[in-house]
Structures are given as C-alpha cells and as structure tokens.
Write a protein that binds this ligand. Structure first.
Ligand code: GLU
Length: 447
C-alpha cells in the first residue's frame, strides 16, 4: 500500500465508523474515493492538510422541526434538513428535496456530490443540500403552501446571499420555490438572490426550468462526439417524468433522437414514435397526473407497471432521470444486453456501484451525475448573477452559456482523466477536476 491508498482507506473507514447508518452517504463517498488515488499520489501535501477528512465532514448540518396544519385541521410534523457541506469556493448552493425518503444520509450524499458538481461548473458556488421527509403527493395547494411557509420560518435563519442559496430538487419546483420565497420576503425583506429557480416575474432566470435536462443532452452529445458518434438517429430510454426528464426528452428529440419512454414511481410508458413532450408537461405540470394518464390520451403509447430498467426494449442510450440507485447490477446488465452504448445521469447517483462497474466492463460510455446533470445548478448560479446585476438575460444568452459550460466541463473531465492516467474514464475525470479545484482553494485558505 502506498501512502495515498493508505490515506484513502483510512478516510473510508472513518466515514463508515462515524456514520454507520448512512448507506447513501457512504456509497457517494466510496464512488468518489475509488477514482482519486492518482491525485494523492501526485499531491502528498493534500494528505498532510487532511483535505479529505475535511471534505467528507459537512461544515454544518442543521436538522429542524416543520410543524404545519393539514386541510382537515390536524397538526402534522415533519423533519427538515440543511447540510452546508463545503464553502471553499463560494456560498453553499444546492437544492431542497421534499420526499418521504429524505433523511440525513440522503441529504449528505446529495450535498457531498454537490461540492464537486458545483466546482465543475466553473462558477463560484460551494456545496450544500436540504429538504424534508414531507410527501407532496396528494397534498392540496394550500397544504403545500403551509408546509413551505413553515419550512422557511426555520430555514431563513440559516441562509444568506453570501452564505447559502437553496433551490429545488425532487418535490420542489416553481410552485414550492414561490411559496418559500414569499415567506422569506415577509420575514426578511426582498432579496431576490436568496433562492434560485424562482418565477420569471420575481427574479427567476429564463432557461432555468430547462437547464438540467438541456444540459444533460449537451453533455451526452459532447460525450458521444468525443467517440465519433452523435445523438441524431439514436433510440433513447429516459426514466422519470419531472423537470429533468421532460426537458431532456425535448432537447434529445430536437437533436434528432427518439425518446421512447418516460416513467414515474408506479410505472412507465413506451411510445415507439417518441414521447410527446407537450402532452407530458400538461399531464405532469398542469393536471399533476400520472404516467398512466399519458397512455390514456396518447394512442401510440402503452403503460406498464414497474421499472423501465426491467423493460424488454432495444435502445442505444440510457438517461436515468428519476432518483438514486434506480439501476442495479441486473438492470445494468439488461441495458448493456439491449445494446446501450452510453449512459448519462440526469438524476443524482442513479446507478449503484455494481452498475457503474458493469458499464466500465462493457465499455459503455458513462457520464456521471455530478458532471452530466450540472446544468441545473450552473444556471442557478447564472440566476444569482442576474439578480445581483438586477438584469434579466435572454433565453438565448442563458442557454448559450449553459451549452458552453457543459461542453467545457466535459472537456475538463477528459483532460483530467488523461492527465492522471485514466484516459476515457469520465467519472474519474469529473471527480478529479472537481476535487482539485476545491482542494486547491482549501489548501490556499489554510485551516
Ligand atoms: N437540485 C439540483 C441539483 O441536484 C439543482 C440545485 C441548484 O440549482 O441549486 O444540482
């Protein structure tokens, strides 16, 4: 064992010992540590400064009670979180997730990933994440509003323009950000840049709703192009039907690919003629309906229960845009057998470590979440910049910057992988490029 491998093993063991009940956080740290040995071999000074010991422990983790009244007049209690992971390169930045599965492990895995994702965008934002174990499904607008207001009454004391700027994630979209911002404003006064993903009329950015999905496609096209291929003419399977999936489908089809699926937590639709994005948006955003409703109104679509990754389909590119660990080893094998040449992740950590190993073994081009889905947070940082300038940039300007950011971060991942002796490993490249930026900033600032 070299000094570097020894050090990395100690870090993983410390995390496992300190947080034995946080499997998702351990998984995210494990995926990361596996790829960065060469950095520590080249930079022993990072070992002495114990950069990894510091980067794997959040600078601050806040847990709070969210009490709110449901429509029947009953008091409900949920648990809220904000994890401020690392501020070496800028204020903490990352979304809020409202989902019954949310706990400290989930928020920490997301916050940890966010550190490197945000660094990769090239913009001055640190890593953070938050949320609550609240289930928005089936709740009325009034209940969502009261929950968001109660959540913000506590969160407002922990955030700030140069401190921590939240946004959306699963279960938190434009409606929720609006209610959160409204409450913040009543408590602290108008500060537009305090949240991103806002509505256009009160400081939001054009192209922010589209950004994660569009960015995923810009990244995927760059990855295919690097290997002499293109999205045009490809058959694609997308999971999810939220913001990320919807705009990934739209942009992939604009590039001449056919996206044949979309899914929710109950099931998926297959439409060999290509998913109709306008219909999908109407069902999801306006009617807040399910994928089964889509099949009811689109004659070419068929609805199936279960995971789309268990479907018996033939396709070229897989874009998981639903949630963590949605593709396990068996499902990875199925998609490889189905002929998939590339996987790019719109969701955060959708592939298990065994699935990632299977992609590598089969020579599938793999775009990890922290690079492939960085477009959302990148445009959030552009929204912060517009709010500071009190200006609104045009859709074309923001979309153009997004495309440039995604292409640059892919190129940097390629360069970092080559520099550290793992050419073609885009996961290692993303981890190394993101990490070295944060590590250099931490090193320069002392401790
Ligand atoms: N939740 C998104 C992510 O996973 C966006 C965060 C943001 O815009 O701050 O990166």
């Amino acid at each position: 064992m070299t000094q570097a491998t020894d050090y990395l093993a100690t870090i993983q063991a410390t995390v496992a010992k300190r947080d034995p009940h946080q499997p998702e956080f351990q998984e995210a740290v494990g995926n990361f540590l596996k790829t960065i040995t060469p950095v520590f071999e080249a930079h022993p000074e990072y070992i002495k400064a114990n950069i990894l010991g510091r980067i794997t422990e959040p600078e601050r983790a806040i847990q709070f009670q969210v009490a709110w009244q449901d429509d029947a007049g009953n008091m409900q209690v949920n648990r809220g979180f904000r994890v401020q992971f690392n501020s070496a390169i800028g204020p903490y930045k990352g979304g809020l997730r409202f989902h019954p599965s949310v706990n400290l492990s989930i928020v920490k895995f997301l916050g940890f990933e966010q550190i490197f994702k945000n660094a990769l965008t090239g913009l001055p934002i640190g890593g953070g994440k938050g949320g609550a174990d609240f289930n928005p499904k089936g709740k009325s607008d009034a209940e969502i509003m009261r929950f968001c207001q109660s959540f913000m009454i506590e969160l407002q004391r922990h955030i700030g323009l140069d401190l921590d700027v939240p946004a959306g994630d699963i279960g938190v979209g434009g409606r929720e950000v609006g209610y959160l911002y409204g409450m913040y404003k009543r408590l602290r006064g108008a500060e537009r840049g305090i949240l991103t993903g806002k509505g256009l009329s009160y400081g939001g950015s054009l192209a922010r709703p589209e950004a994660t999905g569009y960015g995923l496609i810009y990244y995927t096209e760059a990855m295919l192009k690097e290997n002499g291929k293109r999205l045009a003419g490809k058959k694609i399977v997308v999971s999810g039907a939220g913001n990320v999936a919807t705009y990934a489908i739209e942009k992939a089809q604009a590039y001449g690919a056919t996206v044949i699926t979309a899914s929710d937590s109950n099931g998926y639709v297959v439409d060999p003629t290509g998913i109709d994005v306008a219909r999908l948006r109407r069902i999801k955003e306006v009617q807040r309906g399910r994928m089964s409703d889509y099949a009811d109104v689109v004659p070419t679509a068929t609805y199936y229960e279960g995971s789309v990754w268990d479907a018996d389909l033939t396709y070229d590119v897989a874009l998981p845009c639903a949630t963590q660990n949605e593709i396990d080893a068996t499902q990875a094998k199925r998609l490889i057998d189905a002929g998939v040449i590339a996987v790019a992740e719109g969701a955060n950590m959708p592939s298990t470590p065994e699935a990632i190993a299977a992609y590598a073994q089969a020579g599938v081009y793999y775009g990890p979440a922290k690079a492939a889905n960085a477009g959302g947070v990148a445009v959030s940082a552009l929204e912060m910049s517009q709010d500071s300038r009190r200006m609104s940039d045009s859709f074309e300007t923001v979309d153009g910057q997004l495309k440039q950011i995604m292409e640059t971060l892919f190129a940097q991942s390629v360069a970092a992988a080559a520099e550290y002796g793992v050419p073609g490993d885009y996961m290692a490249g993303a981890n190394i490029a993101g990490f070295t930026k944060v590590a250099d900033a931490m090193f320069a600032q002392g401790w």
